[in-house]
Write a protein that binds this ligand. Structure first.
Ligand SMILES: Cc1cc2nc3c(=O)[nH]c(=O)nc-3n(C[C@H](O)[C@H](O)[C@H](O)COP(=O)(O)OP(=O)(O)OC[C@H]3O[C@@H](n4cnc5c(N)ncnc54)[C@H](O)[C@@H]3O)c2cc1C
Length: 440
């Protein structure tokens, strides 16, 4: 039987497997020819990343932003494993399962959608002491860690150290870093009310090398976002970044020092480590593919999403940005083109015009530019929440997230830290699968 193997269960792989299974089921009804579809991923879910800041802020439970493959991918076999190698001549992938057993699987069509990981720089102490926001482990760690530091600060008899415990540094003022800062601020405000301390004692610093907050939403909405951040007491410092990270302080590129025990690094992503290992041409760390999402010279291998440099036909010379909006649509395009390669339907180039962005800025505020209509404040908040609830690809998750939002209107967020995601679990390498540098 013909087999299709999809690598990675993010927005792209999930959507590709889901749509392909539906298409091939229709094809099988007509022709009787069936196709085996397998998705291999280290996790058994598709993660709805746009709500990770809400998980870190204690607003939404981590399970609500994870779509179980077992429930959502009818007709697709899901295998847990990390693909380590691809043999393009022998048409096999080699993967390591959760018990570290090495296994292999044959394919007739291969779909490479392993996504991205946090981009790290050679900054002293960054990997050891900072934590990212790309996985549930990282989001849960940040929530628990912030709460734990506030609790420890409450009883710390060293005033300087207590202040450091109450200081949170977020690096990266694009939409995800900004959303993280406002959600952690809301969590700290909730904790202050329940633990009876002045919320102004908790300091937030948001850093970025750029000269504007959230350049993705344009100057007007970026300025509106910056005003909201200021009104929430978030100290925005632009044109600077981290120079050194230490357990109890950071040094910035302008030589200033901030005492802190919490550093979140949310500055952008790079292609998944697997891409580099394939020995195929790349562009800006992403796998080169054609507008039909095929790997040049390998007509049976496809790629898309954050892992691939997909040409943007609406802006010649550019590649599509790493966003969920593109990833989902590329997943659909992959399904169509893979099905076409198996004799069902016709392949088409990938084309999608950016439909704008929604950015949740915490209690009662958001900015959004759907179809280029610039919105801020409460109308943007409604659009943002409705959009996410619509975009989550499973009813039960939509229901649970809606109830979490409703609960937040009437009640304070829970100040509990189970500590199930430790500092070690939340390391970039452990939680996102970035290989550790080899010792010299
Ligand atoms: C905090 C945050 C907020 C965001 N907010 C937004 C937003 O509001 N709007 C928006 O448009 N975009 C947003 N994004 C970007 C969006 O999440 C990505 O563009 C999208 O996830 C890309 O989908 P993908 O399927 O290509 O990759 P991913 O979602 O990264 O999925 C990759 C999958 O591949 C798996 N994988 C990795 N390596 C291997 C391997 N070797 N073998 C097998 N499987 C592997 C991973 O475990 C994962 O399941 C946000 C991202 C983050 C981190």
């Amino acid at each position: 039987m013909t087999s299709v193997v999809v690598v990675g269960s993010g927005f792209t792989g999930f959507e590709c497997a889901r749509q392909l299974a539906r298409k091939m089921a229709r094809h099988a009804k007509k022709t009787g020819a069936s196709v085996d579809i397998t998705i291999i991923s280290p996790v058994d879910y598709m993660l709805y990343t746009p709500l990770l800041p809400d998980v870190a802020g204690g607003l939404v439970d981590a399970r609500f932003v994870a779509i179980p493959l077992a429930n959502a991918l009818t007709g697709v076999q899901a295998i847990r494993g990390r693909v380590d190698e691809v043999d393009f001549d022998g048409r096999t992938v080699t993967f390591t399962d959760p018990e570290e057993r090495v296994r292999s699987l044959a394919w007739d069509r291969l779909v490479l959608t392993p996504g991205s990981v946090t981009r790290l720089f050679d900054i002293t102490g960054l990997a050891e002491h900072a934590r990212g926001l790309k996985s549930p482990a990282e989001a849960l760690y940040l929530r628990d860690h912030v709460l734990q530091q506030l609790e420890l600060a409450d009883v710390d008899d060293d005033a300087g150290r207590a202040e450091a415990r109450r200081t949170v540094v977020v690096v990266g003022a694009s939409y995800s870093g900004t959303e993280l800062a406002v959600q952690l601020r809301a969590l700290a405000d909730s904790a202050a009310r329940q633990m009876d301390f002045d919320p102004a004692e908790v300091k937030f610093v948001l850093l970025d090398l750029a000269e504007q907050v959230m350049p993705e939403v344009g100057e007007k909405l970026g300025a509106a976002a910056q005003r909201v951040l200021k009104s929430r007491g978030i100290d925005v410092r632009l044109g600077v970044t981290l120079a050194e990270v230490h357990p109890e302080h950071v040094v910035l590129s302008d030589d200033s020092l901030i005492r802190t025990h919490t550093v979140a690094w949310v500055t952008g992503v790079t292609g998944a480590p697997l891409i580099e290992k394939l020995g195929l041409p790349t562009e800006r760390g992403r796998l080169k593919v054609t507008t039909e999402l095929q790997v040049p010279g390998h007509p049976d291998v496809f790629g898309a999403g954050d892992a691939a440099a997909v040409p943007d036909v609406t802006q010649p010379g550019e590649i599509t940005p790493p966003t969920a909006q593109h990833a989902t649509r590329q997943g659909k395009a992959l399904a169509r083109n893979v099905a076409a390669s198996l004799g069902y339907g016709k392949a088409k180039p990938y084309k999608h015009r950016n439909m704008g962005l929604v950015v949740d800025l915490g209690p009662r505020y958001a900015v959004a530019n759907p179809l280029n209509v610039q919105l801020s404040g409460f109308p943007a908040k409604v659009v943002t929440r409705v959009y996410h609830i619509y975009a989550i690809p499973r009813f039960v998750n939509r229901w649970a997230v809606s109830l979490a939002y409703l609960t937040d209107v009437f009640f304070d967020r829970s100040v509990v830290s189970f500590g199930l995601s430790t500092q070690e679990d939340a390391r970039f390498a452990t939680s996102e699968g970035i290989p550790m540098p080899k010792p010299d």
